[in-house]
Design a binder for this molecule. Structure first.
Ligand code: MG
Ligand code: ZN
Length: 217
């Protein structure tokens, strides 16, 4: 009996992610998936990026959390359209949740869509959403050993922001150790040490993002 081997069968999530991506490309929307541990500064970096770019590009945000509308409320306070997804316990967003939220996003009036994933360093990487770029935010209080302990996320992201560099004088954070860990996993990652509190390093990230958008868009 001949055994049929079916290759390249996309998972249901990957299929929906591709459909999302096709829609984003058709509408000219550049989409970023922000991932991080809880408290690293996903919402803060989104806020800083909005402040820097809101007069140049039209921005919308989808916020994923297990519960509450705290993050979407923060974004809405800036006058930016924000949709909250409550996952009801799930520890990551998936492509279908994003697709459902898209009915509340005016893609025709959006140049940049920021999707803030659920705070979690592990499984969000396993679920494509249709994004153009995966952005990870690490933060100095989490420690310099995180690339060694959570290699999965550090390996797959396009961008790594290291937030809270203003706290470095208070911490025993070995930057060279951290960077060696990242380098071994993901030598091509775009790396931005920054502080959402002081604004240091944010401009470099923002200009890189604008250039990345024009390259891919
Ligand atoms: Mg947040
Ligand atoms: Zn999960």
């Amino acid at each position: 009996m001949k055994i049929q081997v079916v290759e390249n069968v996309l998972s249901a999530n990957e299929q929906i992610a591709l459909e999302n991506r096709r829609l984003f490309d058709e509408k000219g929307v550049f989409v970023l998936n922000f991932m991080a541990a809880p408290g690293a500064g996903k919402t803060s970096l989104i806020e800083r990026t909005i402040e820097a770019l809101r007069h140049r590009l039209r921005i919308s945000v989808i916020d994923g959390d297990v519960a509450s509308t705290i993050d979407a409320d923060r974004i809405a306070r800036l006058g930016i359209p924000a949709v909250q997804i409550n996952t009801g316990g799930a520890c990551h967003l998936d492509a279908n949740m994003v697709r459902s939220a898209l009915s509340k996003v005016s893609l025709d009036e959006t140049d940049l869509l920021f999707v803030e994933n659920v705070g979690n360093l592990i499984c969000p990487t396993g679920f494509a959403l249709g994004e153009h770029l995966k952005v990870m935010i690490a933060s100095t209080p989490e420690g310099d050993d995180k690339p060694y302990k959570y290699p999965g996320m550090f390996s797959v992201v396009d961008v790594l922001a290291l937030n809270k560099v203003d706290l470095l004088p208070l911490l025993e954070f070995r930057m060279d150790y951290f960077r060696r860990g990242v380098e071994a996993l993901n030598p091509d990652v775009a790396f931005f040490p920054l502080s959402c509190k002081t604004g240091k390093g944010v401009d470099e990230w923002v200009e890189w993002l604008v250039a990345a958008r024009s390259k891919l868009g």
